[in-house]
Ligand binder design. Structure first.
Ligand SMILES: [Zn+2]
Length: 274
């Protein structure tokens, strides 16, 4: 028997974008156009600050999202924490990390009127205690900046390595493999980036991203989900107890699975004979 994503889908797609800047306006519209879901990781302490930024040899606009537009701009997407002022988790004292984290999650919860349970490590910095601070602050997963270049799910959601950055030269090949492949286990394509980088003018990066969205959108074999939805669902699958002749779903959510050609939904609390 094997687990599938909701709707019996064997694959999931998610996006994660950091720093909350003016290019998110164009990016959220693009994601809405193609019906994909994403997570935006914001620094509440920088909301409303004005750019530009010089990054990787390019200077591009970097006006941060305004506090009063957060609710509407990110409606339909997950808003997650990226620390109030982008503190690197590996370089500060426990006290400062706690302050940064609680200030950010508190402000983002107020502005979005939603729970904030996700996190992306600023500058990709973490250490082996990071998950303790995150769990204390009610965070349930955290994304690193380490690319896997594959479609595997993380063993530990507090150190969640994405598939690759949106500027990776390997992305086109990964999108092709992901859409054409027929997985024997759940596959996740997880793309991350910064929307301000899409304004770099060496190549048309917006156009490039849109061509990937065209290839990935509207497919019945892909579950389009925010980071937190994937974390929740996979955690529930992993909580199920599987024996040779039966499976038990102790969680409060429906779990989709199959055995050979037979597909079935495990209801909350259900034990099913295999
Ligand atoms: Zn950042």
């Amino acid at each position: 028997m094997r687990f599938l994503f909701p709707g019996f889908r064997p694959k999931a797609l998610t996006f994660s974008y950091d720093d909350g800047c003016c290019q998110d306006r164009r990016l959220t519209e693009l994601f809405r156009k193609y019906g994909v879901r994403a997570t935006f990781n914001l620094n509440s302490g920088f909301l409303g600050c004005k750019g530009p930024i010089t990054h990787g040899g390019f200077t591009v606009p970097f006006d941060r999202s305004e506090p009063e537009e957060i609710g509407a701009l990110y409606r339909g997407f997950e808003v997650a924490s990226h620390n109030a002022t982008h503190y690197n988790m590996s370089k500060h004292t426990p006290e400062t990390i706690r302050e940064e984290l609680t200030a950010d999650t508190g402000a983002l919860r107020r502005l979005t009127e939603q729970s904030v349970e996700g996190f992306a490590y600023p500058c990709g910095g973490f250490n082996h205690h990071s998950h303790e601070f995150l769990a204390e602050a009610g965070i349930r997963y955290a994304r690193t900046g380490i690319s896997t270049y594959n479609f595997t799910l993380p063993q530990n959601f507090y150190y969640w390595n994405p598939t690759c950055h949106d500027r990776s030269p390997r992305l086109a090949e990964l999108v092709r493999r992901f859409t054409e492949g027929e997985p024997e286990e759940m596959w996740l394509l997880y793309i991350w980036g910064h929307s301000f980088e899409l304004d770099k003018d060496d190549i048309d990066r917006w156009d490039n991203l849109e061509s990937h969205l065209q290839a990935l959108s509207g497919r019945v074999d892909i579950w389009y989900a925010e980071n937190i939805e994937i974390c929740d669902y996979v955690t529930a699958c992993r909580a199920c107890e599987v024996w040779k002749d039966r499976v038990y779903n102790p969680t409060e959510r429906e779990i989709f699975a199959c055995r050979g050609a037979e597909r079935f939904v495990l209801a909350p609390g259900e034990t099913r004979r295999l």
